[in-house]
Design a protein around this ligand. Structure first.
Ligand code: MG
Length: 334
């Protein structure tokens, strides 16, 4: 088989978040990652993004960089394909840079979930998001005391019109008793699903909760890679899978798994830049990866158009990716 040879280069980026993100993992203030550049013998240039989230079990930034520096300036498909499976973020980027851009019907649209901050700040942000027309919301829980958050849940639901949907994301913070309290409360409430209600590796609790309560549950941190997603399906997980494609390896592997398994999929941001997001959205539209609202309503996360792309509203259309200029992003980095 013909093997393409490439010139390979990598640059790092370090972007402060406009407002630090508070989740059960702690406070996140700076996004660091890598942009890679491939130049084929034909002269064609393409780019990929590596946006690790080690708290989700991915490789670290240092590990990703070391892996990239291990690829020589002149590399080929064989070397790029040989990057081991545990480097999900690096593999995502290498596949992204080598993928042909799929053609997409520009009229296609997907609903977007607006991310609400933890605690009371959610109530303050909600009216503006409703005014913008968002129909799907995700609220970060497991950050403050459960009693406090359960009280806020009712305030929040009281202000959400009946036509909207609310997702909760506990980021694995609850023990079984706390999770049970929440699930009992949510059983009578219009909650779309609860994401990661227990620790990622606590299979007994997660499967038990799914069995005992009528609330739809979703795995996120548990299924950072597709191998883990397959394993959970094998163990009988029938709930939602939240997949951050930037962490999960090549997009075509994600599409193949989703199609074969018929998994109930939610696509979600890893707070990558517009470059990675453009590839993910382009692919999602081309392959009809999901019908559920996509978790890309992270707002002006970096506060700069170059890195955020066009502001994403309640609906994202298939043309969104076209406005992202990969070369401009590359040239902005040292
Ligand atoms: Mg999550």
């Amino acid at each position: 088989m013909f093997r393409m040879v490439y010139r390979f280069a990598v640059k790092t980026y370090r972007l402060p978040l406009r407002s630090p993100l508070r989740t059960a993992h702690g406070v996140w203030a700076v996004r660091e990652g890598l942009i890679i550049r491939l130049e084929a013998e034909t002269g064609a240039v393409s780019y990929g993004e590596i946006a690790p989230l080690p708290q989700f079990g991915t490789e670290t930034l240092a590990e990703a960089l070391e892996r990239c520096l291990g690829l020589s300036d002149k590399t080929d498909d064989a070397a790029l394909d040989a990057v081991p499976a545990q480097f999900g973020c690096v593999r995502f980027a290498l596949a992204m840079a080598r993928a042909a851009n799929p053609s997409v019907d520009k009229e296609k649209r997907l609903p977007v979930t607006a991310l609400l901050p933890a605690g009371k700040a959610a109530l303050a942000m909600l009216p503006g998001k409703l005014e913008q027309g968002f129909l799907s919301f995700k609220w970060k829980v497991g950050v403050n005391r459960p009693e406090e958050e359960l009280g806020l849940l009712d305030d929040l639901l009281g202000r959400l019109p009946a036509y909207t949907r609310l997702r909760l994301d506990a980021n694995g913070a609850w023990d079984r008793r706390t999770a049970e309290k929440w699930l009992a409360r949510c059983a009578e409430r219009p909650i779309e699903f609860i994401e990661q209600p227990a620790a990622p590796d606590d299979g007994d609790t997660l499967l038990g909760l799914a069995e005992d309560y009528p609330v739809t549950l979703a795995l996120d941190e548990s299924v950072t890679g597709l191998a883990a997603a397959r394993e959970w399906q094998g163990r009988g997980w029938r709930g939602v899978f939240v997949i951050k494609p930037a962490l999960a390896g090549p997009l075509d592997e994600l599409a193949a798994w989703a199609k074969a398994s018929q998994a109930d999929l939610v696509l979600s941001s890893a707070i990558e830049t517009a470059l990675g997001r453009a590839a993910i959205l382009r692919f999602a539209f081309a392959h009809d990866l999901t019908k559920r609202a996509v978790g890309f309503g992270v707002g002006e996360i970096f506060g700069e158009r170059l890195w955020d792309g066009q502001i994403i509203g309640p609906l994202v259309d298939a043309g969104w990716s076209e406005a992202v200029d990969a070369e401009e992003i590359w040239n902005a980095l040292n």
